[in-house]
Write a protein that binds this ligand. Structure first.
Ligand code: DAH
Length: 577
């Protein structure tokens, strides 16, 4: 986790960058006149001042002949930062800074001439966005970076080595092991070390994602270059494992990456498990797939869960049979798929129950375990379903699955095979298995978290619900801003399918994560509005600063919030209101 202030640019470096960028000596000298033509320049200046708390700044409105005196020193909080926003807010967009007066001696001699760098320069030069590298190395492999596509921050790059699914006694790893036990070898082989960097072909094309699928957008996916990305799902490895054809079934557990909102159940890196099972017309007795699948189905254990499965095995409009499959084949494969996954869920909930009993937790409702199958759509399966589990009074979506699209198997060079696949999120299951209330906890290195699972991997009889740390107070801070002129914000509030250059909420989420690390619990859109005359869009988001591990002071939260605002201006080009 990054510490508070980790990405703060030290004063020296900052000024030196100013020098380099403007090619003339930069900034003010005592008593020097500064003129800033645009509000963006003002924002820039106000950001410099925190490192110069010894300056008094005079501002005046372009429209007013009597400059209102703004005493920057009096606005400076203990961390300096608070003043930046304060100044901005008060100066507004039609002001100019007329004078900066040194009140006490600065840290080092200041250059003589003044040039106020423009916001565009600021955006390009000074932000926590990593400077564009020529290449990146991930898990000891190096990939060329493409400036137009690269959008992986160092925060995310640093997480590529964590591999929580392989960390001994980590709840994600324990969950993986429990699920693996339901899909035993040699029928199912497990692949837990596949590289997170994949091609757009593997992640999307091979699975039949259309070229305009929103999942491909830079706002949703972390790209290294135009054809290389951090996998967004474990399905990216389906084709290669079908092609390898080492066993009738396989399981993949891996870290996956998605630019997403910030709340208790979303984190830009999480872990998925993919499973698949095929039958080969060339090797089953008499080439009879249906008989072979039924034999395997009969060999599976039974369970006592209540299953709601009201829909037919396929449906011409809602959930079509594939042309190359007979109805009997699709039905048999679907049945085997559903029973296998029901057994997996039964195993998880058996463990939940046992753990509750051990900890003396009273079950919320005495109801038996209930599962339902819902028709779904995925580009890579048909028919497709989602499985939902009745949990604490609500239907909880647990996984997606279906009969694999035949073209994937054909393209993988195994056209004689037919089979099913599923994909699930390990954190989601771990959260209910261990009663973990916030997804950020999985990344915690705090012994109070990790210590609670020690020894469980070797003995599932030790599995107990997580006992939360005392909850620290929430600290809400709002940020209201105008989108850059010309940006419609059509895709702002979770809307998908935007073109490059447009505003997207996920970009804001990324800024918040980069600046604040894991101390933000959620970011919620409170209000949006379009100016009736100018047509400009404005949004208000509420950021909840709440660390899982300690109480944040209001001052710290203020400091972070100001930094978030600065970065929003610098990186996203918005105008704070
Ligand atoms: N890849 C899907 C996702 O990330 C999950 C999934 C759905 C995987 C259906 C599958 C499947 O293999 O058949 O949302």
């Amino acid at each position: 986790m990054r510490g508070i202030g980790q990405s703060e640019v030290p004063h020296r470096t900052f000024l030196e960058r100013c020098h380099r960028a403007s090619r003339t000596p930069v900034l003010w000298s005592p008593g020097h006149r500064l003129s800033a033509r645009a509000s963006n320049d003002l924002q820039f200046l106000s950001l410099i001042l925190p490192w110069r708390p010894s300056f008094k700044l005079s501002c005046c409105s372009e429209r007013s002949s009597t400059p209102p005196q703004l005493d920057i020193a009096s606005m400076i909080g203990p961390r300096g930062m608070a003043c930046a926003g304060g100044l901005l807010a008060r100066v507004g967009s039609r002001s100019v800074i007329s004078r900066a007066v040194r009140l006490s001696s600065p840290l080092r001699p200041l250059p003589a001439t003044v040039t106020v760098p423009a916001a565009r320069w600021w955006r390009a030069q000074y932000s926590t966005r990593p400077e564009l590298p020529k290449e990146v190395t991930i898990n000891s492999k190096t990939y060329p970076v493409d400036a137009e596509w690269f959008n992986v921050s160092s925060t995310i790059l640093n997480l590529t080595s964590r591999k929580l699914h392989l960390q001994k006694d980590h709840p994600v790893s324990i969950t993986r092991q429990i699920i693996e036990s339901v899909f035993p070898s040699p029928t199912y082989l497990s692949y837990n070390n596949l590289d997170p960097v994949v091609t757009t072909h593997e992640n999307f094309d091979s699975l039949g994602f259309p070229p305009n699928h929103p999942g491909r957008a830079k706002t949703d996916t972390y790209y290294i270059n135009s054809t290389t990305l951090l996998r967004t799902h474990t399905s990216a490895h389906e084709a290669e494992l079908f092609a390898a054809s080492k066993s009738p079934g396989y399981l993949i557990s891996a870290d996956v990456y998605r630019r997403d909102e910030i709340d208790k159940s979303h984190y830009p890196v999480f872990h998925q498990m993919e499973g698949a099972r095929v039958w080969d017309r060339n090797t089953v007795p008499n080439g009879d797939i249906v008989a072979a699948v039924h034999r395997d189905l009969d060999a599976l254990p039974k369970h006592e869960m209540i299953i709601e499965d009201p829909n037919p095995p396929f449906h011409p409009e809602r959930n079509p049979l594939q042309p190359s499959h007979t109805p009997e084949e699709a039905e048999a494969v679907g049945k085997h798929l559903k029973r296998s996954l029901e057994l997996m869920v039964a195993e998880i909930f058996k463990r939940v129950k046992e753990s509750h009993a051990r900890a003396g937790v009273k079950e919320q409702d005495g109801e038996p375990l209930k599962v339902r199958w819902v028709e779904a759509y995925f580009p890579f399966t048909s028919p497709s379903w989602e499985m939902e589990v009745w949990y604490q009074g609500d239907w909880l979506e647990v996984l997606g699955c279906g009969v694999s699209q035949q073209h994937i198997l054909n393209d993988a060079g195994v056209p004689n095979q037919i089979g099913w696949a599923f994909g699930l999120g390990l954190e989601r299951i771990a959260m209910l298995l261990f009663q973990i209330p916030d997804i950020r906890l999985f990344w915690s290195q705090d012994e109070r978290f990790l210590g609670q699972f020690r020894g469980v991997e070797g003995d599932l009889g030790k599995l107990r619900p997580f006992v939360g740390f005392s909850r620290h107070p929430a600290c809400y801070k709002d940020v209201s801003f105008w989108l850059p002129a010309g940006s419609t914000g059509a895709a702002a509030a979770g809307g998908k399918g935007r073109e490059g250059g447009e505003w997207h909420e996920n970009d804001l989420m990324e800024v918040v994560r980069d600046v604040c690390g894991d101390v933000v619990e959620d970011v919620v859109l409170m209000d949006s509005f379009t100016h009736p005359k100018t047509g400009r869009r404005s949004f208000c988001y509420r950021v909840n600063y709440r660390s899982l591990e300690r109480t944040l002071t209001n001052e710290e939260a203020n400091g972070l919030h100001e930094r978030v605002k600065e970065e929003m201006v610098g990186r996203l080009g918005v105008e704070i209101r």
